[in-house]
Design a protein around this ligand. Structure first.
Ligand SMILES: Cc1ncc(COP(=O)(O)O)c(C=O)c1O
Length: 350
């Protein structure tokens, strides 16, 4: 049977797949709205204020996507011809289609990491300042927490702190790609503000594990957000009655944050059950809602492994030359997780 006719057992492709819950739909339907380009949408303003407060920052800016929130953040800190430093697997360098270079004239240099985990020494050793007209000046360091392509990796607070201590006296800014910062917060108990305050700007996504259909928020100082607001409009993303969208995000922040722990538990349970039959994953490395399976010890390539699971109703993502990614979210319950375990064990036994 082809994958199109196969009944879907679990969709682990991405945590962006979630459908709005009934409560979220009701909140969207009831949203008070106004024209946000004129700053008159009360729901957008409430979301911006609430998220900025949670992250320990002065102001927020609602954006349609995480990529835009990141790109607005980057351009605030780096003038054309300046550079940012990021981990080699970071979303801003791997998956935003060169936007920093295309729109902002930013060059990027990357450091190598294991599973995307931040070791402060790596970016610290790359900082370049006062190099006159000969070399590119470092203006920004980007940290991703949790780390998507690293496999949901949580960044150690003390490493971020060490990096901040090194960058601050040099005037080098720091941006946090916190698309899944919610997961790091729920997994560690470290407050969102404790993470947020170590950065000049932070982007968070409402449309990933939190389950909103659309939206991200960029936070920073009031002056920085005023500037980002101008650029958001210039990029064509000034939205009008955007409270319809922001209401879903506000509902997500208020109702879907704590439940992320369930996604983490299920991801770990899946990894443990799969590791019992083949050494494709070390369950102790599963920190949040993402499981990376290493296909090297199997007879499958990542694409073949994903196809074999697809035939059994499980959708996963071939992440690179050796790994397949499975992501837990609001729409993957215990039954779906059991189904994913059974199918994966069957493929590995075959
Ligand atoms: C770490 C990270 N940052 C940013 C983004 C971008 O979000 P969006 O798809 O809303 O542009 C993603 C999307 O998957 C992501 O995983």
């Amino acid at each position: 049977m082809g994958s199109l006719e196969t009944a879907r057992v679990a969709d682990l492709l991405s945590d962006t797949l979630t459908a709005p819950t009934a409560g979220m739909r009701a909140a969207v339907a009831a949203a008070e709205v106004g024209d946000d380009v004129f700053g008159e949408d009360p729901t957008v303003r409430a979301l911006e204020e609430e998220v900025a407060g949670l992250l320990g920052h002065e102001a927020g800016l609602f954006c349609p996507t995480g990529s835009l929130a990141n790109q607005l953040g980057l351009r605030l800190h780096v003038p054309p011809g300046g550079e940012l430093l990021a981990d080699q697997l970071a979303h801003v360098v791997r998956a935003e289609l060169g936007a920093a270079a295309v729109f902002s004239g930013i060059t990027s240099r990357t450091w190598a990491s294991v599973a995307g985990r931040l070791r402060a020494e790596a970016p610290i050793s790359m900082l370049q300042l006062g190099v006159g007209p000969y070399q590119v000046e470092t203006r920004l360091v980007v940290v991703e927490n949790t780390h998507n392509f690293g496999g949901g990796t949580i960044q150690p607070l003390e490493e971020i702190d060490r990096l901040r201590s090194a960058t601050r006296p040099l005037g080098v800014a720091m941006h946090l790609d916190g698309a899944r910062l919610w997961n790091a917060h729920v997994a560690t108990g470290v407050s969102l503000a404790a993470y947020g305050r170590l950065f000049d700007t932070v982007s968070v996504c409402l449309s990933k594990g939190l389950g909103a259909p659309v939206g991200s928020v960029l936070v920073g100082s009031a002056a920085a957000m005023a500037e980002a607001r101008v650029w958001r409009k210039r990029y064509g993303a000034g939205m009008r009655q955007a409270g319809i969208l922001a209401a879903g995000g506000l509902y997500a922040v208020r109702h879907h944050l704590d439940r992320l722990a369930e996604d983490h538990d299920r991801a770990r349970r899946y990894a443990s059950a799969v590791a019992e039959v083949a050494p494709v994953v070390d369950p102790t490395t599963v920190e949040t809602n993402i499981v990376m399976l290493d296909t090297t010890p199997t007879r499958f390539s990542p694409a073949e492994f994903a196809a074999a699971l697809g035939e059994r109703g499980i959708r996963v993502y071939p992440a690179d030359a050796t790994r397949v990614r499975a992501v837990w979210h609001l729409d993957v319950d215990d039954t779906a997780t059991d189904g994913a375990i059974a199918a994966t064990r069957e493929v590995l036994a075959g």
